[in-house]
Design a protein around this ligand. Structure first.
Ligand SMILES: *Cc1c(COP(=O)(O)O)cnc(C)c1O
Length: 411
């Protein structure tokens, strides 16, 4: 009974309705992605951002949530453009039939210009040579390429230095086949409580952009800026982490208005008892102080559940927190369920997400693993099937999701 309740608390109904849940995996591990949460979070951002355009950042497989499904949900919720990190990620969206503008935020080698033109992607340009390469590719394929100029206002990564921005943009303006669609910059410290460096960057960006008023769009805000300095949102917000349910502000409480969209779950594969003094895992780093019960989960660091979480992170089973015992292996980990003796094979274990009143979020795992929530989410690997949940019923699974014979029953 208690077990049923804990299942219901993480949306048993929607999980069981989700299309072909029973055939998603050869291993009992999966990531549930709540598309209603994605839509809700975008609405929260839209309220913060006023009339600014929403550019949904779906790079890195939509921070582990699945690029195509998230792109479609975001476009359905009012985003008008998408952003990826590289040409391959843009191609995945185009192959799925997505026609919205797709900005490539990362570095695009000029040799990829023909693919950029063929796929109608919009590269970030930070040199005259690159602008020329895109111009040639557009002219030779009789299309137009929208380009975006990134201003390096202090991050020192992929932007054009402040003194080169105006000459580069003016040069690009003269080239055939390309149009400068936007001017943007990225803050190095927007997630920190202290704002002086971001303020310097913002002022420098405004100064240079005032000399390029013919460029139709200016943007600088990612998730952190939306929540900390909304007055800095110019024409467009580049929303990544907030869309997935986290506000991106370091050290702040999680934003109560946002809902984490992803849960990582596994079934308990087996349960057994060990006498005091027994060890489990590589290096024998966990030792039983008393007679103990251990449970095996089919999730390891090759699924994105970090090796550094061994002996540190807690997993939720039957609404209770239990500790990872010993090191996380590549494909499995073990939890100490001595305090929850009713645990049995087939129980759902939540490694990330909510179960009953308990929740393990990506911030908690990030802190334990010595990293950040972006890294925890983006690190969930492709071998974990994604199960998409929406209010009515489960959405169709993308074709890529592996199909196998394991019958995972969460009813
Ligand atoms: C990834 C990225 C974003 C999104 O950042 P979040 O903090 O996840 O919202 C925005 N802008 C640029 C340039 C990026 O690389």
């Amino acid at each position: 009974m208690e077990h049923m309740q804990s299942l219901r608390s993480f949306d048993e109904e929607r999980v069981s309705q989700a299309d072909s849940f029973e055939s998603i995996s050869t291993r009992p591990v999966w990531a549930e992605v709540d598309l209603d949460a994605i839509r809700h979070n975008l609405n929260v951002v839209r309220e913060m951002a006023g009339t600014a355009r929403l550019l949904a950042v779906v790079k890195a497989n939509a921070y582990g949530h699945g690029a195509v499904a998230i792109a479609q949900a975001a476009l359905g919720a009012g985003a008008t453009r998408l952003a990826v990190a590289c040409v391959d990620e843009g191609e995945e969206l185009r192959q799925a039939g997505i026609q919205a503008p797709v900005l490539i935020l990362g570095y695009t080698p000029p040799e990829d210009a023909a693919r950029v033109a063929a796929l109608a992607l919009e590269p970030t340009v930070s040199s005259i040579e690159a602008a020329r390469a895109f111009s040639r590719a557009a002219l030779s394929s009789a299309t137009r390429i929208q380009i975006h100029v990134e201003v390096d206002s202090g991050f020192n990564r992929n932007g054009v230095s402040l003194d080169q921005v105006v000459p580069l943009a003016e040069h690009a303006r003269q080239l055939g086949g390309i149009e400068v669609r936007s001017l943007f910059t990225h803050f190095a410290t927007a997630d920190e409580p202290e704002h002086s460096f971001a303020s310097k960057q913002f002022d420098a960006f405004l100064r240079v952009s005032s000399q390029l008023s013919w460029i139709p769009e200016r943007h600088c805000a990612a998730s952190a800026t939306i929540f900390s300095r909304r007055e800095r949102v110019l024409d467009t917000v580049r929303v990544g982490l907030a869309m997935y349910g986290y506000s991106a502000l370091v050290g702040a409480e999680r934003n109560a208005n946002l809902r984490p969209a992803l849960a990582l779950r596994s079934l308990v594969a087996r349960v057994w008892e060990v006498p005091a003094g027994s060890c489990t895992g590589y290096g024998r780093t966990w030792q039983a102080k008393e007679r103990s019960r251990l449970a095996l989960l089919a999730c390891g660091y090759a699924d994105g559940y970090r090796r550094s979480l061994g002996n540190r992170a807690e997993v939720l089973i039957r609404g209770r927190r239990v500790l990872v015992a010993g090191r996380v292996s590549m494909d499995m980990c073990v939890v100490d369920v001595t305090q929850v003796p009713e645990v049995k094979p087939g129980d759902v274990a939540t490694l990330l997400g909510r179960d009953g009143s308990q929740e393990v979020d990506a911030i908690e795992l990030g802190e334990l693993a010595g990293t950040i929530s972006w890294d925890i989410l983006a690190g969930i690997t492709t071998r974990v099937p994604r199960l998409y949940l929406t209010s009515g019923k489960g959405a169709a699974l993308p074709a890529k999701v592996g199909r196998g014979s394991h019958r995972a029953t969460v009813r």
